[in-house]
Design a protein around this ligand. Structure first.
Ligand SMILES: N[C@@H](CCC(=O)N[C@@H](CS)C(=O)NCC(=O)O)C(=O)O
Length: 210
């Protein structure tokens, strides 16, 4: 098994925190996103979408999605479940992970990739050279405002996004909060539930991954 990654980027970081929580280690090859490593021919042959993380299983199967890699690793290492134990827990964690990804992380990504000069003509990951659209910065920021209020309401009276223990939903929310700093947005002062939760989850040793 081998992992190709750039742990500081928000999507790979979701996986690295997941692995740190479960104590999983594996051979690792860094792909330097800052210097075009994702477009090197050998990596494109592995993942034509030029995104990280990528996991190559022992039989050569290639997984390119954080959720797919986490599903696979959770099945191999069921101890300390991060994707739920009961049927309903699994559903609720996937519900919140997906919402946090779509409504939070993608909102930040939309604002970031359409404004940062280093991403000119790279407003979406992958081989398409798509120009930045200022209107998408505005849209991403509006979506982020809604995300803050959604997450704050969810965390009222709760220590974790789902259930009574730390799960993938917390990992996704933590990575989204930290990614928001890349567009100089921090958790709003009025979101006291998020701030309380963030202080606790960011103090976990696994938060240093990525
Ligand atoms: N859907 C993929 C998204 C992965 C993704 O977008 N990764 C970003 C880093 S956060 C990437 O590889 N970007 C390459 C680029 O910007 O060229 C997943 O969930 O794993």
């Amino acid at each position: 098994m081998k992992l190709y990654s750039y742990p500081a980027a928000p999507n790979p970081r979701r996986l690295h925190i997941f692995m740190a929580e479960k104590g999983i280690e594996m051979p690792f090859e860094p792909i330097d996103l800052m210097n075009g490593g994702q477009f090197a021919p050998a990596f494109v042959a592995l993942n034509p979408m030029s995104t990280v993380p990528v996991l190559v299983a022992d039989d050569g199967t290639v997984l390119t999605q954080v959720v797919a890699i986490c599903d696979y690793l959770e099945a191999l290492h069921p101890e300390r479940p991060l994707l739920g134990s009961s049927a309903l827990e699994k559903g609720e964690i996937r519900e919140w992970s997906t919402r946090i990804f779509n409504e939070g992380l993608m909102a930040v990504a939309e604002a970031f990739r359409n404004s940062n000069p280093n991403f000119a003509n790279r407003s979406v990951p992958g081989p398409l050279a798509l120009a930045q659209e200022p209107v998408l910065v505005e849209r991403g920021l509006k979506r982020l405002e809604l995300f803050w209020s959604t997450l704050d309401a969810r965390l009222a009276g709760r220590d974790f996004v789902v259930g009574n223990s730390y799960t993938m939903a917390d990992i996704d929310a933590l990575c989204t909060c930290d990614f928001a700093r890349w567009i100089r947005k921090s958790i709003p002062a009025e979101c006291t539930n998020i701030l309380r939760w963030y202080a606790a989850v960011s103090a976990r040793p696994s938060a240093k991954a990525g």
